[in-house]
Design a protein around this ligand. Structure first.
Ligand code: PXP
Length: 245
């Protein structure tokens, strides 16, 4: 029997990136919400970075009001942003690594070098009623450690697979990590670098329940509009996901 439809959450950071290019008020990332939701997204993701390079605090407040599906708030383990997330109470918080000089989130969270800091953030967020996912590399030890740290879900970093989709070791690593995550009782999400061409193999992994996709959708939207861009990635996911067993 085919599994139920996977959740697609659209990351709207890059709508804010365009706005911040002029530090003005358009395009407003909050206006992307009803379009994405109307085109088949099951959730909206936004990353409030410490340097506020795209999404701003006021966006998060408005997103919280405007999202009718569910809100996946991405954040680093810093006191200030964890406190803000606890106040905002999104349905889900995804903890990500953050380096100021990076162009985008490069690599998964280091779950080994300072586990106390991560588990404390997980506990604070969960104490506020927020489900917590950890963005990690598709590595079995990292999956197991995430469970130790109290995560409800892991988001497996698909960036290496997206860069080298023809290298079978990359999809194999994602499959093994997804299986291990589910065996350990966690939800399995994926994200980074996914597009209509490479999403199929990942969406076909039986344990994958949620896919977080941003850059390729916003890029495509420049030419065909956001509604159409979301519909295209939704169709690519559903075509592969419906064949899972
Ligand atoms: N998941 C996480 C944790 C991310 O940090 C990002 C990028 O902000 C994404 C998914 C989306 O990646 P992309 O924009 O490449 O689709």
């Amino acid at each position: 029997m085919p599994l139920k439809q996977q959740r697609l959450t659209i990351n709207i950071d890059h709508v804010a990136t365009i706005r911040q290019a002029r530090r003005g008020d358009e395009p407003n990332p909050v206006d992307a919400v009803p379009i994405c939701e109307g085109a088949g997204a099951n959730g909206i993701t936004a990353h409030l970075r410490e340097d506020r390079r795209h999404v701003q605090d006021a966006d998060i407040r408005q997103l919280k009001e405007r999202i009718t599906t569910y809100f996946n708030f991405e954040l680093a383990c810093t006191d200030e942003i964890v406190a803000f997330a606890c106040e905002m109470k999104p349905e889900q918080a995804t903890l990500v690594p953050e380096r100021r000089e990076e162009i985008t989130t490069e690599g998964g969270l280091d779950v080994f070098s300072d586990p106390a800091r991560i588990s404390e953030s997980v506990a604070r967020l969960q104490g506020a009623g927020i489900r917590v996912s950890l963005f990690i590399d598709p590595d079995l030890r990292a999956v197991e450690q995430s469970k130790e740290l109290g995560a409800t879900a892991v988001e497996l970093h698909t960036g290496t697979y997206a860069l080298h989709p023809a290298d079978p070791s990359n999809i194999t690593a994602l499959r093994s990590a997804a299986l291990r995550g589910a065996e350990m009782g966690m939800k399995v999400h994926v994200g980074h670098g996914l597009n209509v061409r490479n999403v199929g193999l990942v969406a076909a992994i039986p344990q994958v329940e949620e896919l977080n996709i941003g850059h390729s959708v916003i890029s495509r939207a420049v030419f065909v509009g956001l509604d159409q861009a979301v519909r295209e990635i939704r169709a690519a996911i559903d075509a592969a996901g419906s064949k899972r067993e």
